[in-house]
Design a protein around this ligand. Structure first.
Ligand SMILES: Cc1cc2nc3c(=O)[nH]c(=O)nc-3n(C[C@H](O)[C@H](O)[C@H](O)COP(=O)(O)O)c2cc1C
Ligand SMILES: O=C(O)C(=O)c1ccccc1
Length: 370
């Protein structure tokens, strides 16, 4: 039988997932508890409808935008995901090279299987993209400081502090499969060797390193005192927390529910976005991740006020499907789709994307204006 032609993120998901062993596939693809939030992330975008505009001269459509002070080819960054080498042995190095080829920025998990120095070096051979170092609040502040300093020295522009993880989500798949990071893979930024990691389940290992006694007052000024990099909070879903991020002088927030892997029954990120954008009052940057699987999804998030979208699992599927080339394919698909949505909606630049370009689908009724 001929191989199916791979055209969409769904195709890459299918092809990538089937190459993975069950426990890796479940680890990547699942969410917490009853999977309500993973499902919501993926479906909530479908409530919104695009409002096309006709006969607009879109011969010079420009999908580029500026993030972290530098121009990227379209409003997408790669979300930090740990254990990328479980999808393909080149892991974060392949992702970094593919991002550089497509000129988009990359978040790097503190649980990456390659060090930040190697990840930066990989992309520097291809282009000049920016990296943001993801960080959890940690029990060992001395180690946490080392991670921050290494990231800064390696040329990262931001710390992405993940605030949604005082514990790991309830993940039945990991418990049923006794999920552990496979042999041979370490967490160099956490200074953990493969042998050390193998001794513990993902849940126990995570708990042993990350702190639950964190707070805005204890952690943000402390990080600020250690680095000049931007500080972003990842995992915000409420106006209240956007206001706190502003109060603590953070540079931005990523509206995120950790891909539905932490608190199940939390809202889809696209549904949480409006209250976050409103609370930001243009004073703090608002990005989003969770369930972005098409150019239309990117467009809808921008129309609802996000500056940029981040993608998590699509990159893991791309890696599993075909390593660096697979991640390139993911970016090619999203770029091509996003560009066409801009054309059909009469947008020649990202600045043209506004609420006027979308509506909400109502049962058997007209297109509701937002
Ligand atoms: C396998 C996997 C590992 C992840 N690891 C991390 C991590 O180490 N740090 C973090 O802040 N978020 C992590 N995330 C969450 C992502 O950064 C991101 O928020 C989420 O994947 C976005 O949703 P999407 O996968 O639907 O695009 C992980 C997600 C997945 C699927
Ligand atoms: O599983 C996750 O969601 C996650 O954040 C993580 C943390 C450490 C290693 C791998 C993934």
């Amino acid at each position: 039988m001929r191989d199916k032609i791979v055209l969409s993120i769904e195709d890459i998901q299918e092809q990538g997932s089937k190459k993975l062993p069950k426990s890796a596939r479940d680890f990547f693809n699942s969410g917490a508890t009853s999977q309500v939030t993973v499902h919501e992330n993926n479906t909530a975008f479908k409530k919104y409808r695009l409002r096309p505009r006709v006969l607009v001269n879109v011969s010079k459509v420009d999908p580029s935008t500026t993030v972290f002070g530098s121009k990227i080819s379209f409003p997408v960054c790669v979300s930090p995901t740990g254990n990328q080498a479980m999808a393909h042995m080149d892991g974060e190095l392949a992702t970094s090279r593919a991002c550089a080829k497509y000129n988009i920025h990359m978040g790097v998990s503190s649980f990456a299987n390659h060090s930040i120095e190697e990840v930066r070096e990989a992309s520097n051979k291809v282009g000049t993209i920016k990296h943001a170092m993801q960080l959890y609040t940690m029990k060992d502040r001395v180690l946490q400081e080392r991670v921050i300093k290494r990231a800064e020295a390696a040329g990262c522009v931001a710390i992405l502090l993940t605030g949604d993880s005082p514990a790991l989500g309830v993940r039945y798949n990991e418990w049923r499969n006794d999920f552990r990071t496979p042999p041979g893979l370490g967490f160099p930024m956490m200074e953990k060797s493969s042998q050390q990691i193998l001794a513990q389940t993902h849940d126990a290992g995570f708990l042993s390193m990350n702190s639950d006694y964190h707070s805005w007052a204890d952690d943000i000024p402390w990080i600020r005192s250690k680095t000049k990099m931007e500080i972003w909070i990842k995992g915000v879903l409420t106006a209240e927390d956007v206001l706190l991020a502003r109060e603590y002088g953070c540079d931005g927030v990523v509206v995120s529910n950790h891909g539905g892997r932490q608190l199940d029954d939390s809202p889809a990120t696209i549904d949480a976005l409006p209250e976050c954008v409103k609370a930001a009052e243009g004073k703090i940057r608002i990005h989003i991740d969770g369930g972005i699987r098409s150019g239309a999804d990117i467009f809808k998030a921008l129309a609802m006020g996000a500056e940029c979208c981040w993608i998590g699992r699509p990159v893991l599927w791309g890696l599993a499907y075909n390593g660096e080339k697979g991640v390139e394919k993911v970016l090619e698909v999203l770029y091509g789709e996003f560009r066409r949505v801009m054309m059909f909606t009469g947008c020649t630049s990202v600045a043209d994307i506004s609420r006027a370009k979308i509506g909400i689908a109502m049962a058997n009724g007209p297109l509701g204006r937002l």
